[in-house]
Ligand binder design. Structure first.
Ligand code: NAD
Ligand code: TYD
Length: 352
């Protein structure tokens, strides 16, 4: 495992930055190349603590750019790829589906092609690891959980694009024997999460004393996993997972949105020395998301039984760490919400 070069795509984003940090700090024998386009969701501030490490390199670029990707693969002769770059927000995919097809589908196939070409059929010890979502399985009713064998049934343009990319990854394995691994993870939360997603958006709005927009009746259910536990699962699967296999990753931690928002309000009231119940008064029920999936829940027993992975923190611990990080890093929040975010927020929420 000496001096192997690993490409991590989307490393300036939320989950990607945690994966880059983990790999740079743990594996001094790897060179980590972080490729990111730095869209609104990508932020090099997320990686300040590792940017000077000698085993870390940043490359700005677009995964849909064929020539650039081929040159990058030529230049570094990657041993492994961990692919996280994506458009990741369901609401944006409803406003602009094509962007999701380009980055998530075309971008992924572009990377698969580059890996196949540069590795020239010599796939021994090579890994192409594709990071995906549980949303590809569609929605659940009140019971049951997603297994790796659950048929794909994506409902949003986001999940349809991720499902499509997963299918291409599997097809490259089946047809060309490319050594792939896939994981499908539930909703993540933690530090450096862009405040368009539920938890950081609510934290930001509570801080600003702004309305807390809960879609529909707030009864939709998500299964929340602390982002550092996801990064650790990716590490375990990258090193020990079987080629050609899919692994589900989840927190075994289901929350109705409204219960989660109320729980967060209570925690924030304590942290901000506000009166109990103050933040909850900001809750505002707004028009539901179109096609809103009712419930997601992951059965991660394959990963636990085969590779020994389990979540390391409870939701209470993880959420407290998360809130503490946002309180200590309000300048980060200010930076990411100062520019285009204002327009985004206005467009997305003013007519709900
Ligand atoms: P994110 O939106 O925070 O980050 C995405 C990153 O990809 C950004 O840094 C962005 O600049 C980069 N990027 C976007 N388009 C690009 C392009 N064309 N070329 C190069 N870089 C580009 O997303 P995230 O929440 O960190 O998710 C990362 C991955 O994990 C995604 O593939 C997502 O589908 C998957 N995932 C996310 C969750 C979750 O809860 N957030 C859960 C399961 C799986
Ligand atoms: P989100 O964080 O966008 O993740 P996903 O849709 O990929 O699961 O949303 C999580 C849940 O919170 C989802 O059921 C939609 C809901 N939600 C709100 O109620 N209000 C909001 O402002 C946002 C962004 C999400």
């Amino acid at each position: 495992m000496e001096n192997k070069v690993i490409l991590i795509t989307g490393g300036a984003g939320f989950i990607g930055s945690h994966v880059v940090r983990r790999f740079v700090n743990r594996y001094s024998n790897y060179k980590i190349v972080n490729l990111d386009k730095l869209t609104y969701a990508g932020n090099l501030e997320n990686l300040k603590d590792v940017e000077d490490k000698t085993n870390y390199i940043f490359e700005k670029g677009d995964i849909t750019d064929l020539e650039f990707i081929n040159q990058l693969f030529e230049k570094y002769q990657f041993y492994g790829v961990i692919h996280l770059a994506a458009e990741s927000h369901v609401d944006r995919s409803i406003s602009n589906p094509l962007e999701f097809v380009l980055t998530n589908v075309v971008g992924t196939v572009n990377l698969l092609n580059a890996a196949k070409t540069i590795w020239k059929g010599n796939f021994e010890n090579k890994i192409f690891y594709h990071v995906s979502t549980d949303e590809v399985y569609g929605e659940l009713g009140d019971d049951g959980k997603f297994l790796e064998t659950t048929p794909y049934d994506p409902n949003s343009p986001y999940s349809a694009s991720k499902a499509s990319s997963d299918h291409f990854v599997r097809a490259y394995h089946h047809t060309f024997k490319l050594p792939v691994k896939i994981s499908n993870c539930s909703n993540n939360y933690g530090s450096h999460h862009f405040p368009e997603k539920l938890i950081p958006l609510m934290i930001n709005n509570i801080l600003q004393n702004k309305a807390l927009p809960v879609y529909g009746k707030g009864e939709n259910v998500r299964d929340w996993l602390f982002v550092e536990d996801h990064a650790r699962a990716i590490d375990v699967i990258f090193h020990q997972g079987k080629v050609g296999e899919t692994y589900n990753i989840g927190g075994n931690n289901e929350w109705k949105n409204i219960d989660l928002v109320k729980f967060l309000c209570q925690l924030m009231d304590k942290k901000l020395n506000r009166q109990e119940g103050d933040s909850e008064k900001l809750i505002s029920y707004v028009t539901d998301r179109a096609g809103h999936d009712f419930r997601y829940a992951i059965d991660a027993s394959k990963l636990t039984n085969n590779l020994g992975w389990e979540p390391s923190v409870t939701f209470e611990q993880g959420l407290e760490k998360t809130v503490d990080w946002y309180l200590a890093n309000q300048d980060w929040l200010e930076h990411v919400t100062s520019g285009a975010y204002k327009n985004y927020y206005q467009n997305m929420y003013s007519n709900r």
